[in-house]
Design a protein around this ligand. Structure first.
Ligand SMILES: [Zn+2]
Length: 125
């Protein structure tokens, strides 16, 4: 499938603001409600396996964009670190990215602790 126009716009704006190169992206369609994603540092690429729900696509996509920014800032360290979650929730909290924070938090529940801490930090700001 072709990358949705909103994703292209968000990616270009976010990469400009965070001063990181625009990664290559690949979108495939999945016959499910929820989406899944993957970021590969080795070739600087994001893949999204897009489910039917747009808000889930948005959260999944921004999660992978956060991995991209995080990996570049830390020069290759990956994982769901505190810094990663700070970046992810910065993206989720930006109204222009059109993500509901509560939904992003619920969606991040399987990584609960880090996500909750980042959510709490953002709430204070
Ligand atoms: Zn992740």
């Amino acid at each position: 499938m072709k990358q949705p126009a909103w994703a292209t716009r968000q990616l270009e704006r976010i990469c400009q603001e965070y001063e990181v190169p625009v990664p290559t992206t690949k979108w495939t369609r999945k016959q499910r409600y929820s989406s899944s994603g993957r970021y590969r540092f080795i070739d600087n690429s994001i893949s999204v396996n897009a489910g039917s729900d747009t808000k889930d696509q948005r959260v999944t996509f921004l999660h992978e964009v956060a991995h991209h920014i995080h990996r570049i800032r830390t020069k290759g360290t990956g994982g769901h670190t505190a810094l990663f979650w700070d970046i992810a929730f910065e993206l989720f909290h930006d109204k222009r990215n059109r993500v509901k924070k509560k939904y992003a938090l619920d969606r991040s529940a399987r990584y609960k602790q880090g996500a909750l801490k980042a959510y709490a930090r953002k709430k204070l700001n």
